[in-house]
Design a binder for this molecule. Structure first.
Ligand code: NAP
Length: 308
């Protein structure tokens, strides 16, 4: 099969950090162009908007949409309407309904829509899932605490409505949780802390359970300085399962497990190529649904203003 003719829309941090190396390392793709208001990819034709790009280069077959979530629907709608396959960065959109609309449009057009969740491809995730399928969880504790000033300096969109605030990293934890747990969970209570000058939360405390009343507690906080925490600890009758460093490490009953090398974005692009070849979509909104539930059910607490 000839390589998928791909373009990128919304060139920023994650495109340079992850998308470009992953695409360059995969023979299933030829990167043809980019569309971004202020940025470009060296050596490629660049356009200000996706509309200009698709008009000038109709040979483009697929696009990766890497702008902030609040602006992703319009670009996705344009691309799908033009019959292009679409890779959505996480989170797939600003609302659940807009993603449902895109899913229907992709089906009507007979093209692929992929809601990517990079953390699901962290090396610890599939081994943890396999273990938990055999050893029922009795509780889970998620601790996702990082320094927003270090990881998201001056990213205004992240603090605006729809930018998700601390759920921008927290949704990565939820993407792992929803992958490794053998049963569905649902939110039972939450507290969201909003800086008085921002429209998105800086911290969230979430309580979930499943039908068997197994508790899941998640703590997300962006005010963590010093050691950063991206840990998921699951208790089972046969010992503790701990995913740490965002799923880069796994210990089971105190024994560190040997894992494959980290390859989150290469795996995402491999999956997208397989979906395109198979003529299928993969639209999973479970992590975003939990975030929506937190905004719906959570108590809102105002905290001190946040300045970058
Ligand atoms: P970013 O660098 O702040 O934004 C990406 C690009 O989007 C910007 O360079 C900008 O390019 C474009 N953009 C910004 N505001 C826009 C607007 N109002 N309308 C249209 N385009 C706009 O963000 P990022 O860190 O790459 O994150 C982008 C997405 O990737 C987010 O959904 C994030 O959750 C996800 N992600 C990020 C990371 C990470 O480590 N940063 C990791 C995994 C996933 P132009 O100004 O040129 O248009």
């Amino acid at each position: 099969m000839s390589p998928i003719k791909l373009a990128i829309v919304g060139v920023g941090k994650i495109v340079h950090d992850q998308h470009l190396p992953a695409i360059a390392g995969n023979a299933a793709y030829t990167l043809l162009a980019s569309a971004s208001r202020n940025n470009a990819i060296d050596g490629l034709p660049s356009f200000k908007t996706i509309e200009e790009m698709l008009a000038a280069m109709p040979e483009i077959e697929a696009v990766s949409l890497c702008m902030p979530p609040q602006y992703r629907y319009a670009a996705a709608h344009t691309a799908l309407s033009a019959g292009k396959h679409v890779f959505l960065e996480k989170p797939p959109g600003a609302t659940l309904s807009e993603v449902a609309d895109l899913e229907a449009l992709a089906a009507a057009k007979g093209v692929t829509l992929f809601t990517s969740w990079h953390s699901r491809y962290a090396p610890a995730v599939q081994p943890a899932k396999a273990y938990l399928a055999q050893h029922a969880p009795t509780s889970m504790h998620v601790i996702w605490k990082e320094d927003v000033r270090h990881w998201h300096p001056n990213q205004d969109w992240i603090w605006q409505a729809g930018g998700l605030g601390v759920f921008d990293p927290g949704i990565n934890a939820l993407s792992i949780v929803t992958e490794i747990l053998p049963s569905l969970i649902f939110l039972t209570g939450a507290t969201l802390e909003f800086p008085e000058n921002r429209d998105a939360p800086i911290a969230a405390d979430l309580h979930f359970r499943n039908a068997q009343a197994v508790p899941v507690h998640a703590e997300f906080d962006w005010r963590q300085t010093g050691k950063q925490s991206w840990d998921i600890i699951v208790t089972t009758a046969d010992g503790e399962v701990k995913l740490s460093e965002g799923g880069a490490r796994l210990s089971i009953a105190g024994v560190e497990q040997a894992l494959a090398k980290e390859a989150e974005y290469p795996s995402l692009y491999q999956r997208f190529a397989e979906l395109v070849a198979a003529g299928r979509s993969d639209v999973d909104v479970a992590p975003l649904r939990h975030v929506a539930d937190a905004f719906m059910l959570g108590k809102r607490k105002q905290v001190v203003a946040f300045h970058d």
